[in-house]
Design a protein around this ligand. Structure first.
Ligand SMILES: Cc1cc2nc3c(=O)[nH]c(=O)nc-3n(C[C@H](O)[C@H](O)[C@H](O)COP(=O)(O)OP(=O)(O)OC[C@H]3O[C@@H](n4cnc5c(N)ncnc54)[C@H](O)[C@@H]3O)c2cc1C
Length: 373
């Protein structure tokens, strides 16, 4: 799988990534091709058209894709969160209705939890879903939706019980084109330009109660469980971006001469490269460990947070230092390292900021300690 995705990335993604970034264009056709490779339902059971891959295989795949284009790898990760969540939490009718079409790439998915005043404190979300006999009436605005506008299926977290924190949140599957559901502004971002980030607007949007995923009040749990896998994916994406930056810097350092010799003969440059290699390897192993724990049913939430936090912090450092190794050439668009650096910044922010990952890690550590005493 890894070798196949590596070839696919080299042929279908890497040569075009700079243009997609420059033109802010979303390469929908690449998703169709990724579906043909079985990447649109990665961990989904085969009976619903998925590939039933392990999380560890998934990590290898995201790493390879992100070497070519982080935006595409992130869009695919979000899509797979939707396919996986409906396959896992949906009833049989819901699974049959959506999962095979998501896995085949005919439909694209998006995940909508965040709001203007509910980011890190996602449980305070206000978008309202009121039960009316066999339907729900949805009103509110959601922000920051990756694949927003392009996606056909939206996993929406909305409040079914006012004022009851995370226990009052339920999860819904919303189809693009439903009356009362429209799109607001598209964010103008520092990087990740070929990944659309869009606002969703719900104005008296009525959906059948049969589109609720799981029980009323289970929405926050579904969101958090989707994020466990998502965080490992983002860790893998970060390793891929860091590896690509490292390879560019290493090549450049061998070719560029100053003071009559290649810059890779200066110890200051060598140490930057050595630190990059060492830290990427550590991040990679932590991501694989978290994926393995999830695959084998071990308690994995803390490891998913560690993998996401560590790998994205390392990738930020590595891409910044890759720009440094290239000097002025690193700061302009002739080389991809400035794009890697712009793109990776958001990985320290989304799927829970790295401060929130540390909160999750500390909470798990303290709970474990209490159990032992
Ligand atoms: C490009 C992009 C794509 C995104 N895609 C999606 C998506 O598809 N779906 C979706 O639902 N959301 C998405 N998001 C939203 C993302 O998950 C949020 O931006 C993120 O959770 C942080 O929320 P916030 O931006 O409101 O920051 P805030 O929560 O306002 O945080 C601001 C700062 O305060 C810190 N902080 C907050 N609380 C604490 C605390 N308790 N302890 C320590 N520090 C704290 C944060 O770490 C951060 O540094 C996306 C965001 C971006 C930028």
């Amino acid at each position: 799988m890894r070798d196949m995705v590596r070839r696919f990335t080299a042929e279908q993604i890497t040569p075009y990534a700079a243009t997609w970034d420059e033109q802010h264009s979303f390469p929908r056709e690449v998703y169709t091709k990724m579906a043909e490779l079985g990447l649109m339902g990665m961990t989904t059971p085969e009976e619903y058209g998925g590939s039933a891959l392990s999380r560890l295989s998934g990590a290898l795949i995201y790493e390879e894709l992100a070497k070519g284009d982080m935006a595409t790898a992130v869009g695919l990760s979000v899509h797979n969160m939707i396919t996986g969540s409906i396959a896992r939490f949906g009833n049989e009718e819901q699974r049959r209705r959506w999962v095979p079409h998501l896995a085949s790439g005919r439909l694209l998915g998006a995940f909508s939890l965040s709001e203007a005043s509910a980011g890190s404190d996602a449980a305070s979300l206000q978008c309202r879903a009121e039960r009316r006999e066999d339907t729900y009436l949805i009103n509110g605005t959601k922000l920051w939706v990756t694949n927003g506008g392009e996606a056909d299926i939206y996993l929406l977290m909305a409040r079914t019980t006012p004022g009851s924190g995370s226990a009052g949140v339920s999860c819904f599957v919303i189809e693009k084109g439903t009356p009362g559901f429209s799109f607001g502004k598209t964010e103008r971002k520092m990087g990740l330009h070929s990944s659309p980030t869009r606002e969703l607007i719900f104005e008296n949007c009525v959906i059948p109660a049969a589109q609720r995923l799981g029980a009323e009040g289970q929405g926050f749990k579904i969101a958090l469980s989707s994020l466990d896998g998502g965080r490992i994916n983002i860790g893998a994406v970060a390793v891929g971006v860091a590896q690509a930056a490292f390879e560019t810097a290493t090549r450049y350092a061998g070719e560029r001469e100053q003071f009559g010799r290649p810059i890779n003969t200066f110890q200051a440059v060598q140490f930057m490269l050595a630190d990059m290699a060492m830290k990427i390897e550590a991040a990679r192993l932590l991501v694989y460990e978290a994926a393995y724990k999830l695959d084998t049913g071990q308690s994995s939430g803390m490891y998913a947070s560690m993998a996401k936090c560590f790998a994205t912090d390392i990738a930020m450092e590595v891409t910044t230092n890759a720009v440094q190794v290239l000097g002025g050439a690193g700061y302009v668009r002739d080389y991809p390292v400035e794009r890697y650096m712009r793109d990776i910044k958001v990985a320290q922010i989304f799927e829970g900021t790295n401060q929130i990952q540390r909160v999750v890690i500390a909470r798990s550590l303290l709970a474990n300690l209490r159990q032992q005493t």
